[in-house]
Every structure is written in C-alpha cells, then in structure tokens.
Design a protein around this ligand. Structure first.
Ligand SMILES: NC(=O)c1ccc[n+]([C@@H]2O[C@H](COP(=O)([O-])OP(=O)(O)OC[C@H]3O[C@@H](n4cnc5c(N)ncnc54)[C@H](O)[C@@H]3O)[C@@H](O)[C@H]2O)c1
Ligand SMILES: [Zn+2]
Length: 360
C-alpha cells in the first residue's frame, strides 16, 4: 500500500492506495469523528458490485448505512439528481457529522461531493473512486460540481474530502475503454511535470495495460502525488493549477462538438494533447521528437490521435468558449520539454488552425 498527503492547511487529507484492502476502511472510519449514519452514493453499475462490501465493513465498526444509486453517466450530474439526494439525506436524518461516501467514478464523485459541500452547509466527504480516471484525477483536488443544461460543471465548489481511499481491485471490473481514458490523464502528468515518469509509462505500457498491481499502484501514486503537489500550491486555480488543463482546451471543444457521445473524456484529451504538442512544436517550443514520443504513448494506450469528422473550422470557435478564457485570451498549456510546460496566451490563429487541421 502507499499513502500520501494533500497539504491544504486545516483542509489537508490523506490518500490511501492499496490492492484488495476494502477491510482497511474500518480502521480509517474509526479514526474519524463521524456520526454513525453514513450515506453511500453510487451508480447502478458500481453499486451491485461493491456497495454491500463497503457497507459491511462500515457496519462492522458501528456505522449504519443508507444507499443512493444514480443512473450511470454524465446526465446524472444534475440539479434534479442532487435534489433527490438531498431528500434522501434529510429523510435519513443525516446530521452535520454524517459522512457522505462517493463510491464510483468521477460522475458519482463530483455529484456526491457537491451534495457533501452544500447539505447542511457541508458534511464530511469520503471519496472511494472506482475508475482509473477518478483514482488519478477527479477524487483529488476538491473540485465538485453538477452540470447545467447550458454547460458542464458550471455549478460547483471547492470542497476537500476527509479521505480518499483507493483500491486497485475495483479496476478488475472496469471496462477497458474506461481504463484507457484514465491513462490519458496519467500520461498528462508525465508530460506536464515528470519526464522520468513519462519514460516509465513508455517502458512499462504492457504491464500497465495488464493491470499488474505493483505497476498500477505506482502510476496511481505518482499521478496523485503530482496532482496533490500542484493543488497544494494553487488550490483555487489562480496560477500553477492551470497546467493540469494540458490537452483539455482542444479536448473540451471536441467533446462539445461531438455532444459528449463519440469520445469519452480521456479520448478527447488524448487528441487535445496531440494538438497542444503540435502547437508547441510549431511555436518553436519543443522538438519533433517530443511530439513523436507523446504520440507513441497515446497510441500504446489505445487512445486516438485524431478526431475524424470534426472539421477544424467548427472546432476553432468552440475553443474560445472554454471556461479557461480570461479577458478573451486563450491560455494554452504548451510543452517546452517532456516534464516541462509553459502557459502561452499569444498563439497565432494560423498555428492553432494548422494544428487543428493535423488532428481532425
Ligand atoms: N472534479 C474533478 O477534478 C474532475 C476531474 C476530471 C473529471 N471529472 C469528472 O469526472 C467525470 C468522469 O468520470 P469517469 O471517467 O470516472 O466516468 P464515470 O463516473 O461516468 O464512470 C465511467 C463508467 O464506468 C462505470 N464504472 C465505474 N467504476 C466501475 C468499476 N469499478 N467497474 C465497472 N464499472 C465501473 C460507471 O458506472 C460508468 O458507466 C466527468 O463528469 C468529469 O467532469 C472531475
Ligand atoms: Zn481531464
């Protein structure tokens, strides 16, 4: 097992990573000063697989457990679902110290976290992420949100969990495509801040794809560490945290253009990382070899390099709708070298268009 701390003053918390160790949750819960009724929020894919196991562990140390299961998928990150869960929380008589447990992927984590942040102005929140993407990304950093019909994640808060508990065993039941989507974010961490980690990913891709426990623990640990370090320096995204958006500017535009149906998040980010790498190269910031290495890894992880049927002239206007536009200027996270990025807000339109043409 591995452990690390997200350092945020009084809001600091631990991330615990292990394999086949759900029973350890008993220890963690007894150390916290929670009320004894917990609400486990999950989705209807994950709940039948793991909800009862988690409940049994919590019951064994004196917690009663209520369950709420949402339909799987992004459409459940909604105000309607949130309202239904508030009703469940009130009816279950959850008080200010009752823990809300998110058991699932990023959809469950974001929604449950939003409930935890707002119900009674904030109750304890525990993340038990079950997708690789949630284990390396969405469960760390404290961004919680629901969607608005006019846009994703528009209603939200920064709200830190008390604990992130990761069991790599959950990945055994994860569909392969969801594993690959998480690997896009893992690759991103290597590119933005650790060239040795990037090389490790390149050299161990087969073990990663076979989900060898030591390898998986290592990549989750290093990914969480990189994200935790960045978030600890810049909790509210006023500076450094923006580098986590590498590949996301184009990625979000592709997701939007394809109505969030054709590509999942990691796939769109992979295409976006390819685009950002090309822009970096055309701006004279990095070598062709860097672009080639990134493309090689993206392909190794069964992720796409190009978005077919997404014409560049349709993607371009969507870029400026990105949340990260400030004062009309698009901030690009670009690569200087593997493990080293910089933020540039004066990329010529012609270079953006040329890169988009290469990836669509
Ligand atoms: N808060 C953040 O910082 C942050 C960061 C990145 C992404 N996100 C959010 O995360 C969401 C995407 O998360 P995701 O990729 O985890 O998707 P998801 O939560 O939709 O899960 C993907 C699919 O896998 C299923 N699943 C989950 N765990 C499983 C398991 N162990 N076995 C079998 N099936 C399982 C789910 O039911 C679902 O169908 C988006 O809403 C995105 O906005 C948030
Ligand atoms: Zn992402």
């Amino acid at each position: 097992m591995a452990e690390l701390k997200v350092k945020l003053g009084s809001d600091s918390y631990d991330i615990h990573i292990g394999t086949n160790w759900i029973s350890e949750l008993a220890n963690q819960f007894t150390q916290m000063k929670f009320s004894s009724n917990a609400l486990i929020i999950s989705d209807s894919n994950v709940a039948p697989l793991y909800s009862n196991k988690i409940a049994a562990v919590l019951n064994s140390v004196g917690f009663s457990t209520e369950h709420y299961s949402i339909d799987p998928g992004e459409q459940s990150k909604s105000a309607t679902d949130a309202m239904d869960i508030y009703t469940k929380a009130i009816e279950s008589k959850l008080d200010r110290k009752s823990p809300i447990v998110a058991l699932g992927g990023g959809v469950v984590g974001d929604l449950a976290g939003f409930i935890a942040a707002t119900y009674l102005r904030g109750v304890p929140f525990i993340q038990i992420p079950t997708t690789l993407l949630a284990q390396v990304d969405s469960s760390v950093g404290g961004k919680v949100a629901i969607n608005h019909p006019l846009g994703k994640n528009l209603i939200g808060a920064f709200y830190q969990p008390e604990l992130v508990f990761i069991d790599t065993l959950f990945l055994d039941t994860l569909p392969e495509r969801e594993l690959y989507t998480g690997l896009a974010e893992v690759l991103k961490y290597g590119v933005i801040s650790d060239c040795d980690f990037f090389d490790y990913l390149r050299q161990n891709s087969n073990d990663i794809l076979m989900k060898r426990p030591e390898t998986i623990i290592k990549i989750i640990h290093r990914s969480c560490q990189i994200k935790a370090d960045i978030v600890s320096t810049d909790e509210r995204e006023t500076g450094l945290r923006a580098i986590l958006n590498f590949g996301h500017t184009i990625g979000h535009a592709i997701e939007a253009y394809t109505n969030f149906e054709k590509y999942n998040h990691g796939e769109a980010v992979a295409i976006g990382m390819h685009g950002a790498a090309l822009i970096s190269y055309h701006m004279g910031l990095c070598s062709a070899e860097v672009v080639e290495k990134i493309c090689h890894c993206i392909t190794k992880f069964h992720l796409p390099l190009k978005a077919a049927h997404c014409p560049a002239d349709k993607i371009l206007p969507l870029l400026v709708r990105d949340k990260k536009v400030i004062n009309g200027k698009l901030n690009w996270v670009l690569i200087k070298d593997l493990g080293q990025v910089t933020i540039v807000n004066n990329v010529p339109d012609a270079i953006i268009a040329a890169a988009l043409n290469e990836i669509t």
